[in-house]
Design a protein around this ligand. Structure first.
Ligand SMILES: Nc1ncnc2c1ncn2[C@@H]1O[C@H](COP(=O)(O)OP(=O)(O)OP(=O)(O)O)[C@@H](O)[C@H]1O
Length: 313
């Protein structure tokens, strides 16, 4: 049984009259990756800033490895590494010099500092760029260097605030590879994002936050079970489906929803087992079926399901 590493208890924070975080609670177990997901302005950055001790909460408590996070430096804060949304790098210093500077802030020096820097650069796949300046790097490489900087003091918990913003797809994969390596090493992670597929790829547990409140705090599998459709079917027809055909599909056993898009139908199914009967019925309706594909339903829909709004505008 894993033990609790971080406990966020009924934490709130207002900026003037605006309540940015409103009674948020969740936990991170040792070795667990928690995905904190919500739309822009949901309160994710404010929450993680309070966990790192960069912002003071108005109420509630945050306990890291048995110690309450407060103001000023503490052992509890030293166990956390933070990769902020805004990059914090000196563009005119080399990668290695940047890391040495960050390491020195944590009291590292001499051979241990050099060793940690080398390890961190290798982990983020920038060992061959140690002497190069971030000014010459892509957005993704800068982000990876920032991740390396947050790991120098060997934190138990690494918190990343939207680490793929402004990053090209190839670098995004490199970031995920790094995070997966950290996960297999047993490190705990909190990862904020407004992309469900990113959170799903890494997270053991997903915390959905909206208007400063936790809407769901579950495993991805449990969240899937809350979706009315567990499977999806896309059928392409020879012509645009009529309204009568759409309502006919909707009436078939196991169909949870249907949407037309040009000649295609997107059909939600309560279970994949209903797919053959729905296809057989469709094939008999007089409009030739040109192509079909089955898909697992996406967790992307869970936010819509919980709030009636989509995760991104
Ligand atoms: N320094 C600040 N002063 C005033 N209001 C703020 C400040 N920082 C955040 N807010 C407000 O608090 C709310 C939560 O913001 P927060 O940045 O925590 O959300 P987020 O989920 O991280 O969103 P994003 O993905 O856009 O960063 C928003 O309404 C935001 O406008």
């Amino acid at each position: 049984m894993a033990s609790v590493l971080l406990s966020v208890n009924q934490v709130s924070k207002s900026y003037g009259a605006r309540k940015a975080v409103d009674g948020v609670s969740f936990q991170v177990q040792q070795g667990q990756t928690v995905g904190l997901i919500g739309p822009n302005g949901a309160g994710k950055s404010t929450t993680v800033s309070m966990i790192c001790g960069l912002l003071r909460s108005d109420s509630g408590s945050i306990v890291m490895d048995g110690v309450t996070i407060g103001h000023g430096p503490s052992e509890a804060k030293r166990k956390i590494g933070f990769v902020p949304q805004d990059l914090a790098l000196y563009e005119d210093l080399s990668s290695l010099e940047n890391l040495k500077l960050f390491g020195a802030l944590y009291g590292l020096k001499g051979a241990p500092l050099k060793q940690r820097c080398d390890q961190a650069l290798a982990l983020v796949n920038l060992a061959d760029r140690a002497q190069d300046k971030p000014a010459t790097f892509s957005g993704g490489m800068k982000r990876r260097l920032n991740i390396a900087a947050a790991l120098l003091h060997d934190p138990q918990l690494l918190i990343l605030d939207e680490p793929t913003v402004g990053v090209d797809p190839q670098s995004r994969n490199a970031i995920f590879d790094t995070l997966e390596t950290l996960k297999t090493q047993g490190r705990s992670l909190i990862y904020t994002s407004h992309y469900m597929e990113e959170v799903e790829r890494l997270a053991d547990h997903i915390v959905i936050i909206d208007h400063g409140k936790v809407l769901a705090d579950e495993t991805p599998a449990a969240l899937y079970r809350r979706l009315p459709a567990q499977a999806a079917l896309r059928a392409e027809l020879a012509a645009v489906p009529s309204a009568a055909l759409l309502s006919g599909v909707q009436a078939q056993p196991g169909v949870t929803g249907v949407q037309g898009e040009g000649n295609a139908l997107d059909i939600g199914l309560a279970d994949a087992v209903h797919a053959p009967a729905v296809l057989a019925w469709l094939a008999q309706q007089g409009t030739p079926l040109l192509h079909f594909a089955t898909a697992k339903t996406s967790l992307e829909n869970i936010f819509l399901n919980l709030t009636g709004r989509s995760l991104r505008d």
